[in-house]
Write a protein that binds this ligand. Structure first.
Ligand code: SAM
Ligand code: SF4
Length: 500
């Protein structure tokens, strides 16, 4: 077959019928006027109404767009303190006192698109282009496993050389890597590969499913059509609706674990929060389940992008905390991800209002984990990181605050995905399984990778956690406590990868 040019490859990416089939009367689910009107109509919400909304969220019910719009308009700082506490409580009720860790693995920065905020865009001649060979993918994976990671999110530019063949090949190679912990001699590997890639066709998504993907993640960046057009002048990404329905297609291809996000700083954050909720609600309406996670990256300085260094709608730290809290309350059972784009102190604070997942020891240069380059190697990075702490440093800090780190990957390996996990989250029972798996994976991490100081701190936390579990009738009645005891003992003696 003749080699296709990047341009003709890009021209055949979009399948119009895989957009049209989801439209209702020719319309998509983002009604910009409706969003603006709801924000306007809910200005100056009174205290009683806000407290009712808070109670609804605390009973783990999704908020309506009007209710979210009221939170968006809230000015009363005392009530905000109550909302932060409510966010924390909801997170604990649904997800318990644990945070799941992952690391991003950037495989390629070749890209046919022109996103004005991204260092990888095709016009950026400052960017050194690189695509990892399979050997390099394995080397990167080795470095990540040696740090203690069990979950990755693999990230790709959109380009013929990182098409679905390349993506599935990288996933296969990542899963194939086995390492031995120098501390215990126990085998270790990546147990879950999530993917952040361009929107794919249903046929390609089916291949992704076969490759054993965890979550498929696509960020809309902005839900504002005109702004979207301005920021994405060419390439397949210029098609707003192809992206808008990326996760509807995933669902149709059998990937029932998917994630949405918006890039904050491009537009008024209030509009984008409403857009995210409209997106989550449409997925729920059409398929009965919402996104597994929502991400809210803030625009970060990228090479050669003036939009990224000087965002028109820069979100202050204060507003950022508010928007995360609003999301926590609006979709109480959806995971929230805070990334290392944010500064360490801010992450440590914001994780408390309801985040469920964080990355750590993150490097976003292509090949940076195995090359041991400086974290801030500008040449190969997509943007600059705010938190460059190692995985152990973040785990240590969380342990000091009483939070357990989880490397649990049991959910998708036990078939607890899609509507099954959503139902369990809504009933707050998924958190109960996760609590057990968090203890087991935390213990495994501490034994295999932690320094004596972190191990001591972590094990004290595990003891406290075990006490709580033993005193909870759910675990005694179901007999799960016995399974936990048995598995914990086996992990302590060197067994690995046990989950409930
Ligand atoms: N190429 C695929 C796409 O655009 O969906 C996936 C990879 S892209 C690098 C992943 C995400 O990085 C984008 O969805 C965008 O939200 C985020 N991103 C791009 N430029 C950024 C910047 N300057 N600061 C923070 N996040 C950025
Ligand atoms: Fe390419 Fe994604 Fe960057 Fe846009 S955001 S330039 S599509 S890598």
């Amino acid at each position: 077959m003749a080699v296709m040019s990047a341009k003709s490859w890009a021209d055949q990416v979009i399948k119009q019928d895989e957009i049209d089939r989801y439209l209702v009367d020719g319309k998509d689910f983002i009604d910009e006027q409706e969003i603006i009107t709801k924000i306007k109509n809910n200005a100056n919400p009174d205290k009683g109404y806000i407290r009712n909304i808070m109670d609804k969220a605390l009973s783990i019910k999704t908020l309506s767009l009007d209710e979210t719009a009221a939170l968006i308009n809230l000015k009363d700082e005392d009530l905000w303190q109550e909302l932060y506490e409510a966010g924390n409580k909801i997170k604990k009720d649904v997800y318990d006192n644990r945070v799941v860790f992952f690391a991003p693995l950037y495989c390629s920065n070749l890209c046919v698109n022109s996103c004005k905020y991204c260092g990888f865009r095709v016009e950026n001649s400052q960017e050194k282009r690189k695509i990892l060979s399979m050997e390099e993918v394995r080397k990167e994976t080795e470095a990540l496993i040696d740090e203690g990671h069990k979950r990755l999110i693999v990230v790709y530019g959109e380009h013929p050389s990182s098409d679905i063949d390349y993506i599935t090949e990288t996933i296969k190679n990542i899963y194939s890597v086995q390492r031995i912990s120098p501390k215990t001699g126990r085998p270790s590997s990546i147990r879950r590969v999530n993917v952040n890639a361009a929107p794919l066709s249903i046929a390609d998504l089916k291949r992704l499913k076969e490759a054993g993907i965890g979550t498929f993640q696509v960020f809309q960046e902005t839900y504002d059509r005109k702004l979207y057009r301005d920021l994405h002048p060419s390439g397949p990404k210029s098609n707003y609706r192809w992206r808008l329905y990326a996760l509807h297609r995933a669902m149709e291809a059998g990937i029932d674990d998917f994630a949405i996000g918006a890039l904050f700083g491009l537009n008024d954050w209030r509009f984008e929060v409403m857009g995210l909720l409209a997106h989550a609600r449409d997925l729920e309406r059409q398929f009965g389940i919402g996104p597994h996670t929502i991400s809210f990256p803030r625009l970060t300085a990228a090479s050669g992008s003036s939009i990224s260094t000087n965002p028109k709608y820069r979100v202050s730290d204060e507003d950022f905390k508010k928007l995360v809290t609003i999301l926590r309350l609006s979709v109480p059972y959806t995971g929230l991800i805070i990334t290392a784009r944010e500064r360490a102190e801010l992450r440590d604070d914001i994780v408390k209002v309801g985040c469920t997942q964080m990355d750590a020891s993150t490097k976003i240069g292509i090949g940076s984990y195995s090359e041991k380059t400086s974290q801030q190697d500008k040449e190969k990075q997509q943007f600059m990181l705010g938190d460059t702490r190692s995985l152990e440093e973040v785990i240590h800090k969380l342990a000091e605050d009483g939070t357990i780190t989880s490397f649990c990957t049991a959910g998708y390996r036990c078939g607890r995905t899609g509507d099954k996990i959503m139902d369990m989250l809504k009933e707050c029972s998924e958190g109960k399984f996760c609590k057990l798996n968090a203890v087991l994976t935390y213990k495994e991490y501490l034994d295999d990778f932690a320094s004596p100081e972190t191990q001591k701190l972590g094990e004290a936390l595990i003891l406290k956690e075990m006490d709580e579990i033993k005193n909870n009738p759910f675990y005694t009645k179901t007999g799960l406590i016995n399974t936990l005891d048995k598995y914990y003992d086996r992990i302590s003696k060197g067994d690995s990868d046990l989950f409930i």
